[in-house]
Every structure is written in C-alpha cells, then in structure tokens.
Design a binder for this molecule. Structure first.
Ligand code: URA
Length: 216
C-alpha cells in the first residue's frame, strides 16, 4: 500500500459531504481556492500548530491556513510577537510572510459547513495529520487550537483521550514518532471565543509563551 502523504490532494474525494459543499461554494465563487488547504510553514518546524478546518471565506478562499479568516488576525499577530514569522501578514498568500521554525495545519483540510466537521470527516482526515506530524523531523511542540484539534491529535498519536483531557493551557509530555514532544492546547482563536471573552489575546499569548519556553 502507498504511504499516506502529509498533504491531502486539492480535490480530495474522501468526504462526500465536504466535496458537495466545496462544489456548491465553487459554483458561486469559482475564483476561490475551494480545495483541501495545504499546511503552511517550514519543513524544519519545531512547532506544529493544529487548527480545526478552513473557514469558508478565509482559508477556503485564499488557500493558506487561517489566511483571510478572523481567527488568522490573532494567530498571525501572535506568531509574529513570538518570533515564529518573518515579514508582514496581510491576509493574502502573496504577502511574502514566512514561518520560522513553525508550521500551521488543520485537523480537517476541507471547509466544513458551519465550521463543523462531523466525526467521520475528522477520522477520514486524520491520516494526513498523522503523516504531517511524522514528516517533521525536528518537531518538539504540538499546539492544538480547540478540543477537536486536541482530540484528533491525541488519536493521531495513538494516545488515550481520558489520560489527556483538553483544557486551555494544558501541557502534556507525549511521544510522537518515537520522539518526546510537548502537547500544548488552547481554546480556538475563533471570532466566537474572542468575542465572548472565553479567549483573550493575553490567554492566547500565554500558550505561545509556553511553546517558546520549551523551544528556547
Ligand atoms: N482557518 C483555518 O485554517 N483553520 C481554523 O481552524 C480556523 C480558520
């Protein structure tokens, strides 16, 4: 059997509901990316940030994770603050921004209706997440945004959810591909969480500060 690659093909056929949604959006917005959004960042990443899934008018439109999404404004500003990026984020894949020692991926690579992937879709996309993690030889920190990302990452690593409950700021020492890795988690930096005050910029930065401490 062929090994699973770390990136899904742009026209990934695995999830019928997501394919149908993608095609419906494409019919209305043919100039948008409308495909499985590839991970963005460095192959030498020590930090892998695992988001949920592309937003319809954000990453699904632009083709770069969190780019053009409300959530991306906070994420990219925080990456810059902690020196994980070079250049300026301008909500456009052509902005010349690069990530330093970091990569951003999503637990689900295709846009789900209402930002809500179902269990079967999260499971179908997990082999790509698993392969993404395995393809980063320098990986030291996994930073999961939200519970879906946290749980899918634990499953990708073959770890028990009940031994590693999700919480904002949780920190677990785990093994990924035979190497020790720190698994950090944060509330997702979605508009809903920031508008309701569930997640503040300070709380989000505190998690990145933990990542920086681990990486030095
Ligand atoms: N955009 C992404 O690419 N991922 C998310 O989780 C949210 C917005």
């Amino acid at each position: 059997m062929k090994p699973i690659p770390p990136e899904a093909p742009r026209d990934c056929p695995l999830c019928p509901r997501l394919v149908a949604y993608r095609e419906a959006v494409r019919a209305k917005e043919p100039s948008w990316f409308n495909g499985a959004v590839p991970s963005f960042g460095s192959d030498k990443a020590e930090l892998l940030i695992v988001g949920l899934a592309p937003g319809v008018t954000g990453a699904n439109r632009t083709g770069r994770p969190f780019t053009g999404d409300w959530a991306g404004d906070l994420l990219y500003a925080t990456l810059e603050k902690f020196s994980f990026s070079e250049g300026s984020y301008a909500a456009d894949p052509g902005d010349g921004l690069t990530l330093s020692g970091a990569m951003i991926t999503n637990a689900v690579r295709c846009v789900p209706p209402e930002n809500k992937p179902v269990g079967a879709e999260i499971n179908a996309c997990r082999p790509f997440l698993k392969a993404r993690i395995a393809a980063l030889p320098k990986l030291k920190v996994l930073l999961c945004l939200g519970k879906i990302s946290h749980d899918s990452t634990l499953r990708a690593l073959g770890l028990k959810l009940s031994d590693h409950p999700f919480g904002h700021g949780t920190n677990y020492q785990v093994t990924a591909g035979g190497r020790p890795v720190t698994l950090l988690s944060s509330y997702h930096c979605s508009r809903y969480n920031t508008n309701t005050g569930r997640l503040t910029a300070e709380m989000f930065e505190a998690v990145f500060a933990q990542a920086r401490r681990v990486l030095g």
